[in-house]
Design a protein around this ligand. Structure first.
Ligand code: ATP
Length: 309
């Protein structure tokens, strides 16, 4: 792997009260990728991002951003990063243009009106540049946060739960926007609880829970590796229990015994379906419909964090 644009090594965080929010996290982010950090509430996602962005001090570990030590050479590292926070943090009485222009100045960059215009146009905010933030819709305010984060031309953009509480249309717009940014060469790291979001957007997915990074995988490989499939057979006659003699297959009854469900590993060469169907025929169990479904990243995620009963 080429030199990562962001390297997190052995990062732990114990807050003052004694709570350990991160346990020895190692993570290397490739230039130009979209990386989704997926985890339930309280998993440690915001803590990790805040440490990388220099807002929270780690208890141990190192962070390197584009070759700069984020702890020792904080300013140089921070300049490479744009952070879109979860919560609205803008001056409601300022105009869009003034707010975004000011964000660039904060990083000590010389003015670049052409860049600011490009950012605002990309985010469909140019027509609103002279509007006060308070007069914008919720979706537009979110876009302003992104514009602010991009004002100083960062190489890495962090999006902390970019679509929490936004409607479906805006969520899709956000996804499009993120893909557009990646095409322009920005590395994107987003945190989310929405599996759908990781599935839709990410090249790689990291799953974090209780402060531990459980795995980091290519999204496609993750889904392939852990992908289970379900075969649902809608029975002609409902069953009260899975009949004896079928223990070889992982079967269960759902929908009041009307559906016999077979869970199998889609990556196995032999799925066991033909032999199951033969065994059912031998027992005169007939079905009127048959349907297979692929498990989603959501099933995988729930399996991983062990919330499934
Ligand atoms: N300043 C703090 N002092 C003590 N504990 C904290 C502090 N900030 C966060 N925590 C705790 O650390 C854990 C991780 O919190 P964090 O905000 O990083 O989680 P998260 O994965 O971003 O969650 P969410 O999805 O809900 O935003 C939580 O248990 C939280 O209560």
């Amino acid at each position: 792997m080429p030199e990562p644009i962001l390297a997190v090594a052995g990062v732990s965080k114990t807050y003052k009260g004694g709570f350990t929010a991160l346990h020895h996290v190692d993570l290397a982010i490739r230039k130009g990728e979209i990386f989704a950090l997926l985890g339930p509430n309280g998993a440690g996602k915001t803590t990790l991002i805040s440490i990388i962005c220099g807002i929270v001090t780690p208890s141990s570990g190192t962070i390197t951003v584009a070759g700069h030590d984020a702890l020792g050479d904080y300013k140089a590292a921070r300049r490479r990063i744009g952070l879109v926070p979860q919560e609205l943090s803008v001056d409601m009485f300022e105009t869009v243009l003034a707010t975004v222009t000011f964000s660039r100045r904060l990083f000590g960059h010389p003015a670049n009106p052409a860049h600011i215009e490009r950012v605002l146009r990309d985010l469909s905010l140019w027509d609103k540049r002279n509007t006060k933030i308070m007069a914008l819709s919720g979706g537009m305010k979110r876009r302003v946060l992104i514009a602010k984060a991009l004002a100083h031309e960062p190489e890495i953009l962090f999006l902390d739960e970019p679509t929490a509480g936004v409607d479906v249309a805006l969520r899709r717009d956000m996804w499009k926007l993120v893909h557009g940014l990646r095409e322009q060469g920005t590395t994107i790291i987003l945190t989310t609880h929405y599996i759908e979001e990781a599935e839709e957007m990410a090249d790689r997915v990291g799953v974090i829970d209780k402060g531990r990074l459980l795995l980091v995988e290519e999204k496609a490989a993750l889904m392939h590796k852990l992908g289970k499939r379900e075969l649902d057979l809608t029975l002609v006659e409902p069953l009260a229990a899975v009949p004896p003699g079928l223990e070889r297959w992982q079967l269960s009854l759902v929908n009041d015994g009307k559906v016999l469900r077979y869970v199998f590993d889609a990556t196995e060469e032999h799925t066991g379906i033909p032999s199951l169907l033969r065994a059912l025929a031998e027992q005169s169990i007939s079905f009127k419909d048959l349907e297979t479904s692929k498990s989603s990243l959501e099933d995988i995620f729930v399996d991983l964090v062990g919330e499934r009963a």
